[in-house]
Design a protein around this ligand. Structure first.
Ligand code: KG4
Ligand code: ZN
Length: 341
């Protein structure tokens, strides 16, 4: 089954055709990130305008690159309906509805956060080794959630951040340390990896790690980073290293604790921060120690992409309540538990 998906929840305009939820035929993604460098954050109106400029060219290029004559060979359409920026979401949802009407094929509404999970299935020759129940850690710019995935589309919420998302903390501290003013998480991480004079103690606390729950908090770490920076005692790479170590220890610690408690053998990561090298290495090592199989998406499916929106649609549409086209509407405030938006 071929699904054509559209993802426009924030600053990426992405279209993709995926076969049977796992095989990428084509994905076209453009980003308006360079426009947000000046402001140091997404201006929703700017992102929405860029979405409306980019959506038709992206659809066109997707069809051309796929080798298909048009979209009549597509079985279903899928689109991100939230969470995200309303102006950006409207562009993708409107385009997807038009295609669904034009080609008279069903449209499947997808929750972006559930989508991130399915980055683990695309172009992954080992996807059949993903067994349920599994523990899922979604770490992105806007969300940090830990859930128990009992099956496709069946989730139990375990915990999440009480304040900033992990990616948001990365971005704010990256900015403080003089890296990119917009989405500097990856740059901070590269600097942390280059640190040659590591401290022999933990500069920052591991927030909530010893609490008997699965919640997170990263805002205190942000403030602690600012205070340490203001002291002028530590190098930028030391601060980057210590910050990253604190975030990763907490993410890995809570995820492994959940996997042990719920006796699951599979751990799935997803979201932009799942591209983080230290997080991948540390959770893989800890997973090995506790006999858990850990999966992360290919790097191209960590950030926002329509590829896994198609994947999520494929694996969940059978359980999804049928919806009329007019009832498929953007919802910026969906949570990870709104599995069938
Ligand atoms: O999932 P995503 O592309 O967008 C949202 O849905 O939010 O995640 C973007 C986030 C940003 O905060 C970005 O700085 C962070 O992912 N990120 C990283 C890395 N690559 C992207 N954070 C830490 N290390 C990385 N290598
Ligand atoms: Zn995302």
């Amino acid at each position: 089954m071929k699904i054509f998906a559209i993802e426009t929840s924030c600053d990426e305009t992405s279209c993709s055709i995926i076969e049977d939820g796992i095989k990428e035929i084509v994905t076209i993604t453009t980003s308006s990130a360079n426009l947000h460098l000046k402001t140091g954050g997404v201006v929703p109106e700017v992102a929405a305008r860029k979405q409306s400029d980019s959506i038709l060219p992206a659809i066109d290029e997707c069809i051309k690159t796929s080798g298909l004559d048009d979209l009549s060979q597509i079985d279903k359409f899928a689109v991100t309906v939230g969470p995200g920026l309303i102006g950006s979401l409207v562009v993708g949802v409107s385009a997807a509805k038009s295609l669904s009407l034009l080609y008279q094929k069903p449209l499947i509404p997808v929750n972006h956060l559930i989508g991130h999970i399915y980055g683990n299935f695309i172009n992954n020759e080992h996807y059949k080794e993903i067994k349920f129940p599994a523990i899922v850690l979604i770490v992105s710019g806007g969300h940090t959630d830990l859930v128990l995935m009992k099956d496709h589309g069946v989730f139990e919420y375990l915990g999440g951040t009480l304040d900033d998302a992990a990616g948001e903390a990365f971005d704010k501290v990256a900015r403080l340390l003089g890296f990119s003013r917009y989405l500097g998480g990856a740059e901070l991480s590269r600097c942390a990896a280059s640190c040659t004079d590591k401290l022999n103690y933990n500069l920052f606390p591991r927030a909530m790690l010893d609490r008997d729950n699965y919640d997170f908090s990263f805002s205190g770490l942000k403030t602690a980073s600012l205070r340490a920076y203001e002291k002028n005692t530590f190098s930028v790479s030391q601060l980057a290293y210590e910050f990253e170590a604190s975030v990763v220890d907490v993410l890995v610690g809570k995820t492994i604790k959940a996997a042990q408690k719920y006796k699951v053998g599979t751990i799935l990561l997803g979201g932009g921060v799942s591209a983080n090298k230290k997080l991948r290495e540390q959770i893989f090592e800890e997973g090995k120690r506790y006999n858990k199989k850990v999966f992360f998406p290919n790097l191209s499916y960590c950030g926002d992409s329509a590829a896994y929106i198609a994947g999520a649609a494929y694996f969940t549409y059978k359980k999804m309540p049928k919806k009329q086209l007019q009832d498929i509407i953007p919802d910026p405030s969906l949570t990870i538990m709104d599995v069938y938006p």
